[in-house]
Design a protein around this ligand. Structure first.
Ligand SMILES: Nc1ncnc2c1ncn2[C@@H]1O[C@H](COP(=O)(O)OP(=O)(O)OP(=O)(O)O)[C@@H](O)[C@H]1O
Ligand SMILES: [Mg+2]
Length: 312
């Protein structure tokens, strides 16, 4: 048997790509999935899925119109670190709601000469066999995300590509393998609209409503501690703080004109929110101080700021 036919045989055992994705075989244990705006190298042997975003004209144009900045998941380390902690939070939230963590975690944000790679845990399985069942599962996840302030678009049953963000495992369960959007999200839940305007998250792009998430954690503290256990509960708090830090860093380097305008208007009208914001600011500056000591290069004010890679 030739190496090529052996590799093809291995490829056939891999999760099958959605219609718009083509795949080719690199080596026996590596498979490359090509999406519209990204390329994912699946490495079964090492248990990794390494995603690199490509410079897609439409994706970049839409992001620029919305935020007047370049698409963040290519060259903005803070945006990818925020994505890493968003996945950790999402995983723990699914553990709370479903009794199991169903989100493939991020293993590394790796810098290369032409941008960053996002290395996640490889999930063995196939694309969902029963689309209706997969959509029901997505409905559960999406409800949990909306309730806790996580961005629901990537797992929304009304997103035509969301089933492709799931892998069905051998035991018939699902795991979420993609939580990062390519395009500016056309959907914000009604319940999160005010929070999104107040936080400058309009237009929306993978933003967590952090005040809503913190309020959920505070009001369910007892149940969360019991369901997650003390270690994961601490981890949840830590992941929320880190997400908040990296999101602030990411957004502070983008003009975000529309978001600033809506935030200005919403905040001017939000009198009860003024008192709450003062309380949160105290907490956030504490975290930023700790982070500043720990990771000087990440500071928005640091001369060593390596926020963007050399090519951007
Ligand atoms: N962690 C993983 N484990 C196993 N397979 C994965 C993993 N991550 C991605 N894949 C495979 O790569 C394909 C594309 O991944 P992903 O959804 O992240 O890319 P995408 O650019 O968002 O594509 P699309 O626009 O179609 O959603 C998935 O359908 C899946 O088959
Ligand atoms: Mg996807």
């Amino acid at each position: 048997m030739t190496i090529l036919s052996e590799a093809k045989q291995q490829y056939n055992a891999q999760p099958q790509p959605p219609a718009s994705i083509t795949a080719d075989v690199n080596e026996a244990s590596l498979v490359t999935m090509k999406g519209i705006a990204s390329r994912v190298v699946l490495d079964r042997k090492n248990g990794t899925a390494t995603k690199k975003y490509r410079r897609h004209i439409l994706v970049r144009l839409l992001y620029w119109i919305a935020f007047q900045s370049s698409f963040p998941y290519i060259c903005n380390r803070a945006a990818l670190k925020a994505a890493e902690y968003r996945r950790r939070v999402a995983g723990l939230i699914t553990k709370f709601f479903l009794g199991r963590d169903v989100v493939a975690p991020v293993l590394e944000v790796r810098e290369g000469s032409d941008g960053f790679a996002f290395v996640t845990e490889y999930v063995e399985g196939t694309k969902p066999r029963d689309t209706k069942k997969a959509r029901q599962f997505l409905g559960q996840i999406s409800d949990a995300f909306i309730e806790t302030g996580l961005p629901p678009w990537q797992v929304s049953p009304s997103n035509p590509r969301s089933v492709g963000n799931l892998i069905e495992t051998e035991d018939g369960d699902y795991r979420i393998i993609d939580l990062e959007s390519n395009i500016v999200t056309p959907m914000v839940p009604i319940s999160g609209l005010w929070g999104a305007a107040r936080d400058g998250h309009l237009p929306a792009f993978d933003d967590v409503d952090v005040p809503r998430l913190r309020a959920f954690v505070a009001s369910h503290e007892g149940e969360l501690r019991t369901t997650l256990g003390p270690s994961d509960y601490r981890d949840l708090q830590y992941a929320i703080d880190r997400y908040d830090y990296y999101e602030t860093l990411w957004h502070s380097n983008e003009p975000r004109i529309w978001g600033r305008i809506t935030r200005f208007v919403a905040r001017a009208l939000d009198f009860p929110g003024h008192a709450r914001a003062l309380r949160n600011r105290g907490r956030k500056s504490q975290v930023l101080q700790q982070e500043g000591g720990e990771q000087q290069t990440d500071s928005p004010h640091s001369t060593l700021n390596k926020e963007h890679c050399a090519t951007c």
